[in-house]
Design a binder for this molecule. Structure first.
Ligand code: ARG
Ligand code: ZN
Length: 849
């Protein structure tokens, strides 16, 4: 049992640990109900610490015995840990505790998934395994002995002795406890090897449950590419004899970078053409890279405390994005990332959950694995690289690795390596880490006598606890085009440091058309009064692929806003412009597919709200449907042509080229689908030999209201594949009509394959309800009510996943009084639940405001 009211903790209160650990030996006697964990830990007083007793974290543990230097002791035990007076000299702590992995539904600590033992310790799960100073600034080498009859027994580091019923592992690299991992079960490996640049052979394995062996090859290739890329680009070599990845079905997040033993949600590693979409393949490649890259940015250099989480996450997301851009298409990756950033991080920054990239306080750290820490954290690295230049960036990184290898570091340490290599003062840049909120940058322009002036004005709206925010340094990449479409000023980075600042360009023969914030050079919102003609011009002529796409996106958004707010007809100029792009065979098919995308319902709701209109989710949905239909009618011939032209006849490859072709063909299919009542989609569904084609057809059929037969067929075909059945749950809810969405989700929770113990399945059903924006926000309130019901049910089992999913309610202040009232009563109902977890309590309290 946890204490009733957990307190917020503050970055400002950081104190070094009283005791440091030199070495840890752990023995696990595995048993589902009664696992015994024996620990032997060498402690010494920290010369820089505050002194005082030994304090060890521990939760849900039964202490069997404890000894100091061999003598039995009786520590003071509370629900959160223990304290013990100890000698002011090095000593050995030994303890035996009992835990019950089978009862661990929170999936934090040691738990069981489909009969297999596995662990998740980040952020504070190790304290559910044994008593320990469970904080990242305590680093130690670990020896682990696993005693069990399970066939495969894995832990961190290099393998030691093994024999009948036991296996030993030794990790020579000091690490914090959050990087500890253990796996035991009936597993099969997909083996391979990698030779590092200095000639060391590394044994690689992906471990899966029997039956999943055929889904490992792609992940293995991704791992080898990642290892090579980190050597080539960052000079980082792998540092153990073996690297293991394990696929686990029940997992709260995507994956975890435990030293030498990465543990993955099976959805983030298992792939085959028949069962995975092109998007799945790309995501898997990125997550494998992400976790592998953590070996240096996270493990060799870790975080001093959890406030510094962005130190490893922002940097590692940035690195995995660079990797994907190198492996695939740089512009497509950038556009995809900005879509996600705006959908998740801008949304977070605009609401009650807004927090700095480096938060100053938290109650439950698991609630801060957010888009702000990860994705905005990565944007900050990108801005830093833009500001100092590529060469200085890699120089600073070399210094970072050299200076801080083996450290638990801070954002101050990180910025210091850039200051020391470049001589720059980064005090103003640091505000990006400390101030929440998305800056708005208003742009005005002036042209006279050959001189063009751009004036920018920045301001950041208040966020919880932060009213006034001083100006930040903003790198604004700008290019200029002449009215005939030529580029007269190639991309130039303007460094904005003041609240209001002007930049001039001379010797121009006519007033240019500016292309502002190229490549999305800073995570800001540009506010600029401009015409749709100018946007259409940029969509046609901009040399920067991001801004070219952005111009089309702005046109679409304006068209939709005019329809929703003023009852306007679909904008013919927008349809013409996007039609021209779609038809242009000189453009990358993947880019053309992206240009055919529309802003999300959520994006439109925020846009309306920001411009003083209360968003009506049903009206937004109707406008999108109407615009899609109008486009389909106008683009009929093009759609038919593109659909035929971009069918892939070669054997399936999940690479950028083929997936680009499929995405354009499937965009064409969804146009065709508006007019043919699902005929073409049914053909594609019946003949598809890969999941990308099958799922695209399935969603078209559902969308056309013709999905009944496909729904049955899809289930019959895939009922034994959990990951594909997740898609089956999700598709039905996401594509339900607004008035049916809540009922569809509710009906699916009655399906025998629904279980709330599996986070993937829970998200595929209830998370999908929140993705169906018009359905979730249906004025009946049924969507809110269903979600709250299930969050209340999940909370006692899995607080972490429950708390994360509460963010579906974070935008509630945008809506009308009726909806606000409905949501507020659900938030109050959740908060009134007896024994609500601290995780969910913190989230709902912050959202409610
Ligand atoms: N460090 C992991 C990653 O970046 C995320 C693990 C977070 N887990 C958690 N329970 N908060 O991939
Ligand atoms: Zn990470």
């Amino acid at each position: 049992m946890k204490d009733a009211a957990p307190q917020a903790i503050y970055l400002a209160d950081y104190t070094p640990p009283a005791h440091l650990v030199d070495h840890v030996s752990l023995t696990f006697r595995l048993d589902p109900e009664k696992t015994r964990v024996l620990s032997r830990i060498s402690f010494r007083p920290n010369p820089e610490g505050p002194g005082g007793p030994l304090r060890l974290d521990g939760e849900d543990l039964t202490l069997i015995s404890a000894r100091i230097d061999g003598a039995e002791v009786t520590p003071q035990v509370t629900p959160r840990g223990l304290t013990m007076e100890v000698p002011d000299a090095p000593f050995t702590w030994e303890a035996e505790v009992e835990i019950a992995p089978i009862n661990n539904t929170a999936l934090e600590g040691l738990y069981m998934s489909n009969g297999m033992y596995c662990t998740q310790c980040e952020a504070e799960g190790f304290r559910k395994i044994t008593y320990y100073p469970d904080r990242p600034d305590v680093m130690a080498t670990f020896d682990v002995r696993i005693e069990s009859d399970e066939k495969i027994k894995l832990s961190n580091g290099n393998p030691g002795q093994s024999g009948d019923g036991f296996a030993e592992w030794h990790d020579p690299w000091p690490k914090p406890a959050y990087l500890f991992a253990l796996v035991a079960g009936d597993l099969i490996n997909h083996p391979d090897t990698f030779t590092t640049k200095s000639g060391k052979d590394v044994e690689l394995n992906i471990w899966v449950r029997p039956g999943d062996e055929h889904k490992c090859a792609f992940g293995m290739e991704a791992l080898k590419k990642s290892m090579k890329w980190d050597e080539d680009v960052y000079g980082r070599e792998y540092d153990l004899d073996i690297f293991n990845i394990v696929a686990v079905d029940d997992f709260n997040m995507g994956a975890m970078e435990n030293k030498g033993l990465n543990i993955f949600n099976s959805s983030a590693v298992l792939a085959s053409p028949e069962t995975s979409t092109d998007m799945n393949f790309e995501r898997i490649e990125a997550i494998i890279a992400h976790e592998y890259f953590h070996n240096w940015t996270g493990n060799r250099i870790t975080c001093r405390d959890w406030f510094q989480l962005c130190l490893k996450e922002g940097l590692t997301v940035f690195r995995d994005a660079q990797f994907t851009a190198d492996m695939r298409s740089e512009p497509v990756k950038r556009i995809d990332d900005v879509i996600t950033l705006r959908a998740r991080q801008f949304r977070e920054d605009n609401g009650p959950l807004a927090h700095p990239v480096r938060p100053a306080s938290f109650v439950e750290i698991n609630n801060f694995y957010t888009a702000t820490v990860y994705e905005k954290g990565a944007e900050l690295i990108g801005m830093l690289k833009t500001l100092v230049g590529d060469e200085a960036y890699y120089k600073a990184l070399d210094l970072y690795f050299e200076r801080h290898d083996g450290d638990a570091a801070t954002i101050e340490d990180w910025l210091k390596v850039f200051e020391d290599t470049t001589g720059r003062d980064l005090a103003q840049f640091k505000r990006w880490y400390e101030d929440a909120g998305t800056p708005r940058v208003a742009v005005s322009e002036d042209y006279a006598d050959g001189t063009y002036t751009l004036t920018f004005e920045q301001h950041t709206p208040p966020t919880p606890g932060q009213d006034d925010k001083p100006p930040r340094v903003i790198p604004i990449a700008v290019g200029l085009l002449s009215p005939n479409g030529d580029e007269v000023q190639p991309t130039k980075v303007l460094e904005m440091t003041e609240a209001r600042q002007s930049f001039t360009f001379d010797n121009l023969s006519s007033k240019p058309i500016p292309s502002i914030l190229r490549g999305f050079s800073a995570p800001v919102i540009i506010e600029r009064d401009t015409s749709n003609d100018e946007r259409a011009f940029l969509l046609a002529h901009d040399t920067d692929p991001f801004n070219k796409w952005e111009a089309g996106r702005d046109l679409a958004r304006n068209a939709l806003v005019a329809m929703i707010r003023d009852g306007a007809a679909p904008d013919e100029a927008y349809i013409d412009a996007v039609h021209t792009v779609a038809r242009d065979d000189s453009l990358d098919p993947a880019f053309r597919a992206l240009a055919l995308g529309l802003p999300s319902q959520d994006d439109l709701a925020q846009t309306l709200f920001d411009t003083g209109t209360t968003p009506d989710p049903q009206a937004i949905w109707d406008a999108i449907e109407t615009l899609r239909h109008a486009r389909a009618e106008r683009m009929q011939d093009t759609a038919t042509r593109l659909y035929a032209q971009f069918q892939v006849s070669e054997p399936y490859r999940p690479d950028a080229e083929q997936s680009g072709a499929r995405s354009l063909a499937n965009a064409a299919l969804s146009l065709i689908n508006r007019l043919d009542g699902g005929a073409q989609a049914q053909k594609q569904f019946d003949t598809a030999d890969n999941m990308t084609q099958q799922l695209a057809a399935f969603s078209c059929l559902l969308q056309a209201g013709k999905g009944d037969a496909a729904t049955r067929a899809f289930y019959d075909q895939w009922q034994n594949d959990r990951l594909v059945i997740d898609k089956w749950f999700m598709m039905q809810v996401v594509h339900a009509a607004p008035e049916d969405a809540a009922a569809t989700a509710a009906r699916l929770t009655e399906h025998p394959d629904f279980t709330m113990k599996n986070p993937n399945r829970f998200r595929a059903t209830l998370g999908a309800l929140t993705m169906n924006a018009a359905g979730f926000h249906h004025v009946s309130g049924a969507g809110y009510d269903r979600l709250a019901d299930w969050l209340i049910r999940l909370d006692p089992l899995n607080p972490q996943t429950t708390a994360r999913m509460c963010s579906a309610f974070e935008t509630w202040r945008r809506y009308d009084d009726t909806r606000q009232g409905l949501i507020k009563s659900q938030l109050d109902r959740i908060l009134a639940t007896p024994n609500l977890s601290p995780d969910t309590t913190e989230m709902v309290t912050r959202i409610r405001g």
